[in-house]
Design a protein around this ligand. Structure first.
Ligand code: FA5
Ligand code: MG
Length: 384
């Protein structure tokens, strides 16, 4: 007992040291390192686990299930295998957590498509936690979960990309994809056609053509997944160029928020029993929010550095490091350029709120003061 307790901090440190390594490219923060390995999608009775099982049951035993891959992947897996070019925005350090120059915390589960295709799998689902440096609000969190689905369904040989794209086989694959995903949504929500869905054309370097699926939720369209017919270039790199099929990647939190009525994406990470006691594997219930604690708003205004060298995501992340998940939202409320000096001023409103308790003025003032101090120091902005 004593030994186990003494070991716990060490194992936490060891875990973090896998992600925060001494490498000039490393930009994983302690806050993020601490989220990796929580495996919410493998935790029984967790809403992400419940929704994942429900989707898996729709696809049936034909589809192989993967849910335990290492979230650290190579840049080859995450980008090159998917034909994502080196200068693509999603690959930059402003958007992605790099462990080393050649490895990242996966930004999507598509990072595992190619390895499974190479190993000969033709129908599979692959679920995991993914990481992105991103904006902060109720439906965006720097860690979230995706499920990838892949199905190869036609064989043949086509002499050119154009010939393939215009073939009836290509149309068959796209049709199968859309029908399958519409069926999945109806199965998950058990509402049949009463749930409103809409397809939109999208673009991914690794599918062609590409689509996104939105569902109508509280009067607004919400994007739940991206998908498409697998790009022939991806299949060639996996030595399956005589086959064709589709792939999709869906955001589990987004679907779960709709299905269970969960209002804020941070709740998936809470330890509060008032959250967890409401969910049991196999059950779809409506989440009953426990009292919502009041928000505290703080504005911070500054001049950007003269060279305008400022990444918004760096500022968001600084707030995340200092306030953890007490920060609910950061919104740019004012931006202008000084007519004479040509310098740009930004004002951000930070919303602090705890999911579990009331915040005190003292603690929020302390956080806000360090945010000001650290922003000036680390981001070279001039406070106003
Ligand atoms: C992708 O990640 C592609 N890999 C999806 C794909 C797979 C396309 C296979 C084609 C073939 P996208 O960046 O749009 O696409 O993300 C997919 C889904 O993840 C979104 O539709 C959304 O539901 C969810 N998502 C994206 N960003 C966040 C975020 N910050 N927080 C929560 N969910 C998110
Ligand atoms: Mg998208």
């Amino acid at each position: 007992m004593v030994v186990a307790r003494a070991l716990r901090p060490i194992s936490t440190r060891l875990r973090a040291s896998r992600y925060i390594v001494d490498d000039p490219e490393n930009n994983v923060t302690p806050y993020i390192a601490n989220l990796v390995g929580k495996n919410l999608h493998q935790t029984e009775n967790h809403p992400l686990y419940i929704i994942r099982k429900r989707i898996e049951s729709y696809f049936g035993s034909d589809f192989e299930i993967f849910d335990n891959e290492d979230p650290i992947v190579t840049t080859t897996q995450c980008f090159d295998d998917l034909l994502i070019p080196p200068d693509h925005p999603g690959r930059q350090k402003s958007d992605t957590y790099y462990v080393t120059k050649d490895s990242v915390l996966r930004t999507h589960t598509s990072a595992h498509q190619s390895q499974h295709l190479r190993a000969g799998h033709q129908k599979f689902l692959c679920t995991g936690d993914v990481y992105r440096r991103d904006e902060i609000d109720s439906s965006h969190f720097p860690a979230f979960h995706q499920m990838e689905g892949v199905k190869l369904l036609v064989d043949g040989s086509w002499t050119s990309r154009d010939e393939w794209l215009q073939s009836s086989d290509c149309e068959i694959v796209a049709k199968d994809l859309k029908t399958t995903l519409e069926g999945m949504v109806d199965h998950v929500f058990q509402q049949g056609s009463s749930l409103e869905k809409r397809w939109r054309d999208d673009y991914f370097p690794f599918t062609e053509p590409s689509f996104e699926l939105d569902i109508l939720w509280q009067g607004e369209w919400m994007e739940v997944l991206g998908c498409g017919v697998i790009h022939t270039g991806v299949l060639e790199r996996c030595d399956v160029s005589q086959k064709r099929g589709w792939a999709f990647g869906l955001g589990l939190e987004r679907l779960a928020m709709v299905l269970f009525g969960i209002p804020d994406i941070r709740l998936f990470w809470t330890q509060d029993p008032r959250f967890h006691s409401q969910f049991t594997s196999g059950d779809i219930v409506q989440f009953k929010p426990y009292s919502k604690y009041p928000p505290v708003y703080k504005d911070i205004a500054f001049w950007l550095p003269e060279n305008n060298n400022f990444e918004e995501n760096d500022f968001f992340e600084l707030a995340r490091e200092l306030a953890g998940d007490l920060v609910e939202q950061i919104a740019l409320i004012d931006k202008f350029k000084h007519p004479k000096t040509e310098r740009t001023s930004c004002c951000y409103r930070v919303t602090y709120r705890s999911m579990d308790r009331s915040l005190t003025d003292v603690e929020i003032n302390q956080i806000q003061d360090s945010l000001r101090e650290k922003a000036a120091l680390a981001l070279h902005v001039q406070l106003r």
